[in-house]
Design a protein around this ligand. Structure first.
Ligand code: TXA
Ligand code: MG
Length: 325
């Protein structure tokens, strides 16, 4: 039922979830493509619609940390601390799964990713639904995550049963994933919650897992965050100048994305609107990459933001976008 506190009417979306359908919904990070996490057939459809290989586990979205015990089989104290400090927010906790989590959600793994998103529409949906909503980003497999409802529609069109519009995402890159499923906590994916925040909550720095993404968090190693253009990440202005010149000389359509306006650029280079400091950069990154595709840019030279705060996550995504795979 619609309550006065709900920012939008989520009744129809809840009915779709209960019937085993798919709902695209906004979060503060990126749009998600959600299904009832307890309904294995509904979750399987997510993989079909996205074109995502089975075995890439999904994050289960909850309305509050009170639901942790239903979905996790063990909850270390560090997990409780992080949940209390960062939820609702762009943090996913990887924990031993409870028996109620279907295999298809976790790709058969013994762990489950859980998060409470900080978006009024997502929270209204999750509260009204009552259960967990399994959701990856609402893009086709291999495309950049959607940060507006139009991005999601461009990618998934009529394959989604219901779309909730919550405006542009305010964080713009995906959640930070922290593995708390055994031993010392480790960051598996940089994201919206910065290293500084994690360290201040736990009273010690949380290392980033350095072993490559394949085994620990499948779906994060290959170039999953790439536009069609070849991406070159360069920081030194002379290197930027040299790279744009040589790409132009070889006949490519060349674009540039940078934090600020770049002086002395060749007129033939398509300069995308500057992305600003780390937080602004994160917010606009995926829209700029999609824009590069629309403009037919073949070589995109990118000057990243500094590795501060969410800038670490932006640099991580750009590094992946620049990886041939
Ligand atoms: O911000 C976000 O996290 C967004 C919004 C929609 O919540 N979701 C998102 O989902 O980015 P997705 O599916 O695009 O990325 C989730 C990542 C995957 O790379 C997957 O490998 C990892 O989380 N993951 C989820 N559950 C896991 C598990 N049990 N073990 C290892 N990795 C897991
Ligand atoms: Mg994704």
């Amino acid at each position: 039922m619609r309550s006065a506190a709900d920012p939008v009417d989520v009744t129809a979306a809840v009915e779709v979830l209960r019937a085993g359908g798919l709902v695209a919904f906004p979060t503060e990070t990126v749009y998600g493509l959600g299904a009832d996490a307890s309904n294995a057939a509904a979750v399987t459809r997510i993989f079909e619609v996205k074109g995502r290989p089975l075995g890439h586990p999904l994050i289960v979205h909850l309305s509050s940390a009170d639901q942790l015990d239903e979905w996790a089989g063990a909850i270390p104290r560090d997990a409780r601390r992080l949940a209390e400090a960062c939820w609702p927010g762009p943090l996913t906790l990887l924990l031993p799964r409870s028996t109620r989590v279907p295999d298809v959600v976790t790709g058969g793994r013994s762990t489950v990713g859980l998060r409470v998103p900080a978006h009024p529409v997502a929270l209204a949906l999750l509260r009204a639904f009552g259960g967990g909503v399994a959701a990856p980003s609402a893009n086709r497999f291999g495309r950049v995550s959607p940060t507006t409802v139009a991005h999601g529609r461009d990618d998934l069109g009529d394959d989604v049963d219901y779309v909730l519009d919550g405006g542009p995402c305010t964080v713009g890159v995906e959640s930070t994933i922290v593995d708390l499923s055994g031993g010392e906590p480790e960051v598996l994916r940089a994201g919206g919650v910065s290293d500084d925040v994690l360290a201040s909550v736990l009273g010690r720095p949380v290392p980033h897992w350095g072993g490559g993404g394949a085994a620990r968090a499948p779906g994060m190693l290959a170039a999953h965050y790439a536009p069609r253009a070849r991406v070159l990440v360069l920081e030194d202005p002379e290197a930027v100048d040299a790279a744009t010149r040589s790409a132009l000389a070889s006949g490519s359509v060349v674009g540039l994305l940078a934090p600020v306006v770049t002086d002395g650029l060749s007129l033939e280079v398509i300069e995308l609107e500057p992305a600003g400091g780390p937080e602004d950069y994160a917010r606009v990154l995926y829209d700029r990459l999609r824009q590069a595709d629309r403009l037919g840019i073949e070589v995109l030279v990118v000057v990243p933001p500094p590795a501060e705060g969410v800038g670490v996550a932006v640099r991580d995504r750009l590094r992946r976008a620049a990886t041939d795979a």
